[in-house]
Structures are given as C-alpha cells and as structure tokens.
Write a protein that binds this ligand. Sequence first.
Ligand code: HEC
Length: 219
Amino acid sequence: MKRLPIMFALFASLLVAGCGGIQREPRDAYMPDMAYSRAYETYADHSDLRDSGISYNSMPVPGTVSRSQDMIFHIPKDVLGDTANYIASRAVQNPLTFLTGMELQEAERLYLVQCAICHGTDLKGGGPLFASGKFTARPIGFLGDAKYEAMPDGQMFYSVTYGKNQMGPYGAQLNTKQRWMVIYYIKQQQAKGKSGNTDSSSAATKPTAGKDTVGAAQK
Ligand code: HEC
C-alpha cells in the first residue's frame, strides 16, 4: 500500500511529460502507412511527385463525366419565336432503354405526383386541376391522340424541361434521369394502350377459347 503514492507520482509525472511542447510531426512511426498516405489523394500535397518530374495536377482526365451528368441533354431552350431546337430535340433518344420493376414503379409515382393533376392518372388529359376549371389550358392526352402518341421521347423531354405554352418547366422538380423515367413511363403506357386494343380483341377471343374449353370439357 505504501507504494501507491509513489506509483501515482510516477504516473502523474509521465502524464505531464507527455503534454510538453507542441508536436506536429509523429516521431517514430511504427506504421508509416497510417501517418503518410501512399495513395495520391486529391487535395494532398503532391510536390514530391513534381520534384521527381512526374506531371500531376489533381484534375480529372479530360472528358470525364460526373455521375449526375451522364444523361445530360445538350439542346438549349429556343430563343423566343424560334423552334429550331424544339424540332432538333426530336432526334434525341431516351438514354433509358430499360427500367427495372422498381424503377418503373418510381417512374409511375413521379408521373402521378408531378403530371397527373393535369394530364390525368389515365393519361388522357382530363386531370383534376383541369376538371376543376381552375386551369383553363387543356392539358394534352397522351393516350388516344395520335400526335402525342407519335411524339418522340426527345421532344417530350424538351417540353418537360423547358415548358410548353401554359405548361411550366419541370427541370427544377425532376432531375434529368427522373424526367427520362417519366417519359419512359408515358411511352410504355402508350405502347400498352396500343397493345391494349389488341389485348381487348384477344380478350374478345378469350371467351370463345373459354367456350372451346368448356365445349371440350363437355365432350
Ligand atoms: C399545370 C398543368 C400541367 C402539369 C402539372 C403538366 N402539364 Fe404537360 N401540358 C400541360 C398543357 C396545358 C399542355 C399543352 C401545352 C400546349 O401545347 O399548349 C401540356 C403539354 C405537354 C406535352 C406536349 C408538349 C409539346 O411539345 O407539345 C408533354 C410531353 C407534357 N405536357 C408532359 C408533361 C409531363 C411529363 C408532366 C409531369 C412532369 C406534365 N406535362 C405536367 C399542362 C400540364
């Protein structure tokens, strides 16, 4: 028990000695990789590379595209009275050629949140805002109107991005990918609508098939 104060004094003096002076550099680094990064980090000091004659400017390789820019739309908005860019946008393809089930669900959700109030949940143009009489410009129908069924994805994208007459632009509400997703959804519904007609005709033939099977069962 007598040793306790001595040990305490020893410990305290070690503690005090450890606090002396400002030590910026580690002394003996027994794991130097932890003290000095071997990877060439973007904002690290690379003077050692330059000193040894290696060119390094911390910049990405020319032509590098950031992840958020990979679906960028290069067509600018037409100046008032001009339609050249609007027409040129017809040639732009939807970069999304396939959506997974979950992405499609998300595309439908975005459509229902941002567009259905005017264009309708059934895509026929009579959404609740227009039906209420508060919005007087008639929103177009994506289904049942040959002009919009034939409208290329790129031109839809142009109008959704920059607006069209009474329809405002949606570039601020939906990012580039989301806008393409919504257009993918519209196009898919249009294709479904068309095959839906053949579906209904095949549905019309179904009862016959049903009868046949009934008939077969009766035979
Ligand atoms: C506030 C009502 C309203 C909302 C919300 C709305 N639209 Fe429209 N949209 C319109 C009207 C009105 C037109 C017809 C514009 C015209 O040609 O005069 C239109 C036209 C369009 C056209 C055809 C453009 C063209 O070039 O002729 C597309 C495509 C379209 N809308 C897509 C969308 C999409 C996608 C959304 C959701 C992100 C959306 N709209 C949201 C009212 C709306």
